[in-house]
Design a protein around this ligand. Structure first.
Ligand code: KIV
Length: 263
């Protein structure tokens, strides 16, 4: 059965965990779907894991279009979410729509945009014109220089309150999914309980409606910084497919993330 936004909304409402994983090509798209991954995220983390950069900042719209095509060619079931890379969503809602439309034409079913309340107008503009949006808050890798490095967000009460408010504002603006990266589990829990759309966490604790990780991290082949929220599923697996199956069942059975993976 094809996974749509209504499928994900139903999963959220019935407390069935949503499983997402990054994906950048056709072979992995079909492999991931066969393991039961609900959402394939064509992430701008390709800057790190495919291009060998330390940040996502050099990823272009053309990179994203190319890899979205590849993923779409190998996929028939999962929902495909494509990242809007740095510089393609910040200028104006109109420009953002034009860029997002290219990702949708390449096969994405929705786009992901980093940023809190400041992006609300853009999200309304896109969603009112037929492009679903996942809002990405907490640690937003495209703002790494502004944030001063890879840091957990919302660690003091003022910043935590800003994240909680952003979540509500983005839901009201029309976002269909909220992705939270590197926020304390308690904040992610409160947000998940206080909004109606599904939340997907990465370093945001067990109580999000679903989880996402970077493919190369779960396969233990990324050579860069190892984040606390990552688990190498290859360690106990006999094959790549087995590792992905184990990731899917660990998320569905609420065994991942464990306490050691949260902030
Ligand atoms: O690009 C990406 O892989 C992401 C995840 C870190 C959520 O945005």
């Amino acid at each position: 059965m094809k996974i749509t936004l209504s499928t994900l909304q139903k999963q959220h409402e019935s407390n069935e965990k949503i499983v997402a994983l990054t994906c950048y090509d056709a072979i992995f798209a079909s492999l991931l779907e066969n393991s039961g991954i609900d959402v394939l995220l064509v992430g701008d983390s390709m800057g790190n894991v495919l291009h060998g950069k330390n940040t996502t900042l050099s990823v272009t719209l053309n990179n994203m279009i190319y890899h979205t095509h590849c993923v779409s060619n190998g996929s028939s079931k999962a929902l495909i979410m494509a990242d809007m890379p740095f510089g393609t969503a910040q200028i104006s809602p109109e420009q953002t729509f034009k860029n997002a439309a290219k990702l949708i034409a390449a096969g994405a079913h929705m786009v992901k945009i980093e940023g809190g309340h400041i992006m609300a107008e853009t999200i309304s503009f896109l969603t009112q014109r037929g492009i679903p949006v996942c809002s990405h808050i907490g640690f937003t890798p495209q703002s790494i220089y502004q944030l001063g490095g890879y840091k957990v967000q919302g660690t003091d009460e003022t910043k935590a309150e800003q994240i909680r408010q952003d979540a509500k504002i983005l839901e009201n603006a029309g976002a269909s999914i909220l992705l939270m990266e590197m926020v304390p589990a308690a904040i992610a829990r409160t947000i998940t309980q206080s909004i109606h759309i599904p939340t997907i966490g990465i370093g945001a604790g067990i109580d999000c409606s679903g989880q996402v990780l970077v493919l190369h991290d779960i396969l233990g082949i990324y050579q860069g910084k190892k984040n606390k929220f990552v688990k190498n599923f290859m360690i106990e697996a006999t094959s790549i497919q087995d590792a992905i199956n184990n990731y899917v069942s660990a998320v569905k059975n609420k065994q991942f993330p464990a306490k050691e993976h949260e902030f």
